[in-house]
Design a protein around this ligand. Structure first.
Ligand SMILES: O=C(O)C1=C[C@@H](OP(=O)(O)O)[C@@H](O)[C@H](O)C1
Ligand SMILES: C=C(OP(=O)(O)O)C(=O)O
Length: 425
């Protein structure tokens, strides 16, 4: 049975809205894991509530941590986290969450008993081989090279070389639990360039903020010293990648969208919207509340290397399909290993609405053409679903299949989108 269709609303006019975004998935899932491995109880405030974050909470509880929510709303929670000895024996569901499938196994490898991992059907084809081989090299017993697999520790840590060109998470995962390994870890990358480097920077900064010594002074080499992870009281930043479709709405409708609490400094890749959107014709201003994006002129096509900020590709591709000139998006071959093959999915779905998109080995060439309505499939990919919503703002009759899949990182998406449009003039 196919998933229900959501009629993407056409904007009645220029939007003029303030959109308060829930916490970053990437910060939330790192903060929860580090808190679960810390030397004492800590707090993670304004943590995202979403499918990926909830899967992380369940995984950490099944490995022995205590997580108690307080101050809950639909999309945010303050978590009190009480670490416990890491115990095995559990079966962990990673869903389709890259952060759970790559960050939790290196923690599970601290336990002396086996831990089993599995996830959604598509999770079984997401790249896992390099991190599982690395965990074997570091001393764990691992059965399997992809999901499903089991892992049994304890491992001692040490030095390992892997090819992390398929995902930065293969490095982040090895670094996050490493302070708890007897020998810490030295990770060397050998292969084509690692994508999404800001996410590795986020991992390094969060480890350092918890008192861990990390040396990243040489390219493609990271050393995490063994030692305690400090208990912290941390507040999660808003999710800047999830700001993308809302800010795109300002550009497309010639309106203004403000995102409160946009951090002044951040390692979130979504911060690149401050330069990408102006390149496409938007005006971006820091205002006292946060970040404000205004459209008005034509949308301009771009030639952009999105290697560091691949998460933004679906929104940028949707904007490019509505632009006044062609775009080339490069450096994102690794998107073929994301929630779906995003390059194939974007080309198929935009072309299904009458677009002219061709895949290259590492990106997309998008030549704008008048689009028409039709079904926009989401492939269980939250960012495909929101890309369909973006196009639907100005193309009548776009029906997004399975809008509920946005629950991966933004369960309130459809309601927030409708609220934003209520504020259209
Ligand atoms: O570490 C993280 O939190 C993430 C890293 C990136 O993964 P890739 O390096 O696989 O692109 C990003 O796309 C993903 O959404 C979140
Ligand atoms: C690639 C993404 O997610 P994941 O954390 O599952 O890799 C994403 O959110 O765009």
């Amino acid at each position: 049975m196919s998933a229900p269709l959501w009629q993407a609303p056409v904007a009645p006019g220029p939007v003029d809205a303030t959109v308060r975004l829930p916490g970053s998935k990437s910060v939330t899932n790192r903060a929860l894991l580090l808190a679960a491995l810390a030397e004492g109880p800590g707090t993670v405030r304004r943590a995202l509530r979403s499918r990926d974050a909830d899967l992380m909470v369940t995984a950490l509880r099944s490995l022995g941590a205590g997580l108690t929510p307080s101050g809950e709303t639909a999309s945010a929670t303050d978590w009190q986290v009480v670490p416990g000895p890491v115990r095995g024996g559990a079966s962990i569901d990673v869903g389709l969450a890259g952060t759970v499938m790559r960050f939790v196994p290196p923690m599970a490898a601290l336990a002396g008993e086996a831990v089993a991992f599995d996830g959604d059907p598509h999770a079984r084809v997401r790249p896992m081989g390099p991190i599982l081989s690395a965990l074997r090299t570091l001393g764990a017993e691992v059965a399997g090279d992809a999901l499903p697999f089991t892992i049994r520790g304890p491992l001692a840590g040490g030095e390992v070389t892997l090819d992390a060109s398929a995902s930065s998470q293969l490095v982040s995962g090895l670094l996050l639990a490493a302070p708890r390994y007897e020998k810490g870890v030295t990770v060397r990358h050998d292969g084509p360039p690692v994508p999404s480097m800001p996410h590795i920077e986020m991992t390094v900064q969060m480890l350092r903020a918890a008192g861990v010594t990390v040396d990243d002074s040489e390219p493609d080499l990271w050393r995490v010293e063994p030692g305690p992870i400090a208990a912290r009281d941390l507040t999660v930043e808003p999710d800047l990648s999830n700001a993308a479709p809302f800010l795109a709405a300002a550009l497309i409708t010639g309106g203004t969208v403000t995102i409160p609490d946009w951090p002044l400094q951040t390692t979130q890749g979504g911060d690149a919207l401050r330069t990408l959107l102006p390149a496409m014709g938007a005006t971006v201003t820091r205002v006292p509340e946060g970040l404000q994006v205004t459209g008005g002129g034509p949308i301009e096509g771009i030639d952009a290397d999105l290697h560091d900020v691949g998460e933004l590709t679906p929104t940028i591709a949707a904007l490019a399909a509505l632009a006044g000139s062609p775009s080339t998006l490069r450096g994102v071959a690794h998107l073929r290993g994301h929630e779906t093959d995003r390059l194939a999915a974007l080309a198929t779905e935009i072309n299904g609405l009458g677009g002219d998109v061709t895949e290259t080995a590492d990106g997309l060439v998008i030549r704008p053409r008048p689009l028409h309505g039709g079904v926009f499939h989401s492939y269980a990919d939250h960012r495909m679903a929101t890309a369909g919503a973006v196009i639907g703002l100005v193309v009548p009759g776009v029906e997004v299949e399975n809008i509920a899949t946005t629950a991966k990182t933004l369960p309130e998406f459809a309601r927030m989108w409708a609220l934003m449009l209520e504020e259209a003039r």
